[in-house]
Design a protein around this ligand. Structure first.
Ligand SMILES: Nc1nc2c(c(=O)[nH]1)N[C@H]1C(S)=C(S)[C@@H](COP(=O)(O)OP(=O)(O)OC[C@H]3O[C@@H](n4cnc5c(=O)[nH]c(N)nc54)[C@H](O)[C@@H]3O)O[C@H]1N2
Ligand SMILES: Nc1nc2c(c(=O)[nH]1)N[C@H]1C(S)=C(S)[C@@H](COP(=O)(O)OP(=O)(O)OC[C@H]3O[C@@H](n4cnc5c(=O)[nH]c(N)nc54)[C@H](O)[C@@H]3O)O[C@H]1N2
Ligand SMILES: [Mo]
Length: 766
């Protein structure tokens, strides 16, 4: 399989020539509030705007579908941010996509539209089917749709020929019944968006501290005296995190931003929730900005570790937390030996940072009593992401910064319930104990063999080993790497099924038969046999709480995700069996009762989740410095020095989010903080690199990706923007650039696509 030479069809931004203004140095404040309101009013009108935005993240409201940042105890009356407001408006829009729409637009027409246009059509309203050879989607009843899927599933030679994807918005209740159905059907093929997201964090943390989740609460962040924000752009992707950083800062914390880009929110923040933030001034957030090269973080954290070890040698007993290291860790001696000598030239080359800057921050680490390291996709989407995150853990372990108030690891999760979905068993590699608990509770033998992750699933489709694809949310065709290969793989399927709220690319790139099953969103009331339901979610810090929608459903023909799964399960598996699917669909409390018995930490689930604010899941390292690794201790690891290699004349490209998108959902065509307006096909490159390449700012180029042994991959028609990124590095938005990420280029140990390091050359188009 090779990347094609031919051009991708027109996508977002090709029609518009973007305009470029200087990047902003501060985030939020009044412009943020204005942008949020304009967007919300446009989509929802004044009444729905008031109804929804005032209920976001309130104790009796719904969980913001924007991101997984926790809410905290002291909620503002309006606990939302500009981008949360956009996420809500996107779902609560008044626009609708019904059967007339599908009759008017053949699939070929939809396939030629860009992602922004597709998303702007509105909410899906009834089940639709695309029959083999048909040009249009047509309506289908729910019963017939379930029958169609059940027949295809039951006709497979093996349950492992089906793949069941999940995007991270799915509630705990829906996720639990979904994995239960899939395992009762007989496979662990449960890939999810984590496989493209924080999988590297889960793996590295699981190996080193025994649990693949962050170890801090919001209160820890507030109490920290040093916070490193590494490979993350909170001003756009987790705006409410800026309030927490501001609070820590007011308490005296130092903040260090490690990023190839000078992201607005990290440098200065105007808090729109406080009068001070609205009238200006704002808080300068980062005390130091380490403008690192892409993929240089492993080298940086090895250098931090080396500097701490050196400082301890010079003044024994003053730097390391010896008691912690001796009592709670293993592997320290090997780690210290491996970092005794450090090649500072190699570190300089990998990071692009002067030694003094690294040593200064190392000095802060040595002096800090309570350090938190936060990170997101800048650390997880590289070939050496897993060892990089292990090095982050090494540095924290040296001074006992795990399981202490105000200190710890903080992987900042993406989708609002991506962490909860894993906890509920959406996992292609389920732990044996989880399967044992399922067997004990439901009396069937769950499959034991590991299933397929996202990249493996694509290969299985490509090779004809997977024939049915079912997606609980998300946009698999657009979010996955290697667009051309991914689309070829999806087109080989017998059946593809999308449970969706909005139209997207995955409805246009389908198997021989395709189904769209429209579902309720977070903002909507969910009424079942036993009455009005609520669902639950888990945030990035392991807090579980209820979410209740308040709007009437977008259409009377929508089913909840729980109802869809239960009815499909009943139809596929037949009547009888140990799982009371009807009861589950009629009363989500019955699902929670089972979760309480199967998933550790959910004892008395129903009672505790009904308390205002919910409850915190146990986290052994955080709670009691208990490490559930094989040795019972936290693990120091020795990792090979590694950094990306870029051949001369090439740049290393990261694919990232603009301020106006939610993953593959494009809200608008601006990236305000970075100064981009009315377009998305831009590539950010350092002016000196442009000079070296002999390419002027404003030139139109193709981005051409190279991968050994394969044809070049090409993303055509990007406007070059001279931008203060780290030297040798470039940046452009996904999903337009996913075509450039080779399917076989994944992180070692987590198989996550390397979306943040793609070797490209710029070809000027004539
Ligand atoms: N509004 C909005 N909110 C979102 C999302 C959204 O699309 N829109 N997506 C959600 C999801 S699923 C996720 S996973 C999160 C994503 O949140 P982020 O991880 O913040 O998202 P990205 O845009 O991918 O930004 C990556 C950041 O890491 C930096 N970076 C890239 N490579 C490196 C590196 O090698 N080293 C270092 N130190 N930095 C690097 C980039 O310059 C950029 O600032 O946000 C969630 N929240
Ligand atoms: N090149 C590159 N690729 C990337 C990334 C990158 O940084 N660079 N980031 C990766 C990351 S971190 C992630 S998480 C993935 C995201 O991958 P996905 O989660 O698959 O993609 P999304 O764009 O978040 O999915 C949006 C769709 O979800 C549906 N939806 C929204 N709300 C609901 C709901 O409540 N229920 C249901 N059933 N459907 C709903 C809508 O139809 C919408 O079109 O992309 C990954 N891909
Ligand atoms: Mo993500």
């Amino acid at each position: 399989m090779g990347g094609g030479q031919a051009e991708e069809p027109a996508r977002t931004g090709t029609a518009e020539q973007p305009t470029v203004t200087p990047p902003k140095t501060r985030a939020a404040g009044l412009p943020g509030v204005r942008a949020a309101m304009r967007h919300a009013l446009g989509e929802m009108g004044p009444r729905r705007t008031a109804l929804t935005l005032l209920a976001v993240n309130q104790k009796r409201g719904f969980d913001c579908p924007g991101c997984a940042w926790p809410e905290g105890d002291h909620r503002h009356r309006a606990e939302f941010c500009e981008n949360g407001a956009k996420a809500v408006a996107e779902e609560a829009t008044r626009r609708r996509v019904g059967r007339e729409f599908f009759a008017a637009h053949p699939v070929a027409d939809l396939a030629g539209r860009d992602d922004h246009w597709l998303g702007q059509r509105g909410r899906l309203t009834e089940p639709m089917v695309l029959r083999p050879g048909a040009t249009h989607y047509e309506p289908i009843s729910w019963e017939d749709a379930f029958g169609l899927v059940a027949d295809e599933l039951n006709a497979l030679d093996s349950p492992d020929e089906a793949v069941f994807y999940t995007s991270g918005r799915t509630s705990n209740e829906a996720a639990f019944v979904y994995q239960l159905f899939v395992r009762a059907f007989g496979t662990n093929n449960l890939p999810d968006c984590s496989n493209m997201c924080h999988e590297s964090s889960g793996r590295a943390l699981g190996e080193t501290i025994g649990i693949g989740k962050g170890s801090v609460t919001l209160e820890d962040l507030h109490a920290a005296d040093l916070i490193l924000v590494v490979g993350q752009n909170p001003g756009t992707n987790h705006p409410r995190m800026l309030s927490a950083l501001e609070r820590a800062k007011r308490g005296g914390a130092r903040i260090v931003a490690v990023n190839p880009l000078p992201e607005a929110g990290l440098l200065r923040f105007d808090n729109p929730q406080t009068a001070r933030g609205l009238v200006g001034g704002g808080t300068p957030l980062a005390d130091r900005f380490l403008q690192i090269r892409l993929g240089g973080d492993l080298a940086l954290f090895q250098a931090f570790g080396h500097a701490l070890l050196r400082a301890e040698e010079e003044a024994p007993g003053t730097v390391l937390d010896r008691a912690f290291v001796e009592e709670h860790t293993t592997g320290f001696a090997e780690y210290a030996a491996a970092l005794r000598d450090l090649d500072w030239d190699a570190v300089g080359e990998a990071t692009g940072l002067p030694r003094e800057a690294i040593e200064e921050v190392a000095g802060w680490l040595a002096a800090s009593r309570r350090t938190v390291v936060c990170w997101a996709m800048g650390l997880t989407q590289h070939k050496h992401s897993v060892p990089t995150i292990r090095e982050v853990v090494n540095v924290l372990l040296l001074r006992g910064n795990i399981g202490r108030r105000g200190a710890g690891v903080c992987p900042v999760r993406g989708h609002s319930n991506v962490q909860g979905d894993r906890t509920m068993g959406i996992n292609e590699r389920p732990p044996a104990a989880f399967l044992d608990a399922l067997r004990a509770e439901f009396g069937f033998e769950p499959p034991r063999a590991h299933g397929l992750d996202v990249v493996e699933a694509l290969r299985a489709m490509r090779d004809g080993r997977a024939k049915v694809f079912f997606a609980m949310g998300g946009n698999f065709a657009a979010a996955t790497p290697d667009t051309r290969a991914a689309h070829e793989a999806l087109r080989r399927l017998r059946l593809s099924v999308q449970v969706s709220t909005k139209l997207n690319r995955s409805h246009t790139v389908t198997g021989r038969t395709a189904l769209i099953l429209p579902t309720l969103g977070r903002t909507e009331r969910d009424v079942q046999a036993s009455g009005e339901q609520f669902v639950t979610v888990e945030d990035s810090m392991g807090a579980v709480h209820a979410s209740r929608g308040s709007l009437p459903p977008a259409s009377p023909d929508l089913l909840s995700e729980v109802a869809i799964v239960c009815r499909l399960a009943r139809r596929t598996l037949g009547p009888g069996g140990a799982v009371p699917w009807e009861e589950f669909a009629g009363d989500y409390a019955a699902v929670r009762e089972r979760i309480a018995r199967v998933v550790p930490g959910f004892e008395r689930f129903e009672e505790r989740v009904r308390e205002p604010g919910g409850f915190l899941l146990p986290h052994p390292p955080r709670d009691s410095r208990t490490f559930t690794t094989p040795s019972g201790r936290a693990v120091f690891s020795v990792n090979r020095f590694e950094a990306p290699r870029v051949p001369p004349g090439r740049l290393l490209l990261q694919t990232l989010r603009s301020h106006d998108q939610y993953n593959t959902t494009i809200y608008g065509l601006d990236d305000r903080y970075r100064g981009i307006h009315h377009g998305r096909r831009v590539v950010f490159v350092h002016p000196d690199d442009l000079a070296g390449l002999g390419i002027a700012d404003g030139t139109l180029v193709d981005l051409v990706g190279e991968w050994p042994g394969q044809e070049d991959r090409r993303a055509p028609g990007f406007r070059v923007v001279g931008y203060p990124t780290a030297r040798g590095c470039a940046a452009a938005y996904f999903p337009e650039t996913n075509v450039l990420v080779p399917l076989d280029s994944t992180a070692e140990g987590s198989n996550t696509p390397t979306s943040k390091s793609v070797v490209v050359r710029l070809e000027v188009t004539t």
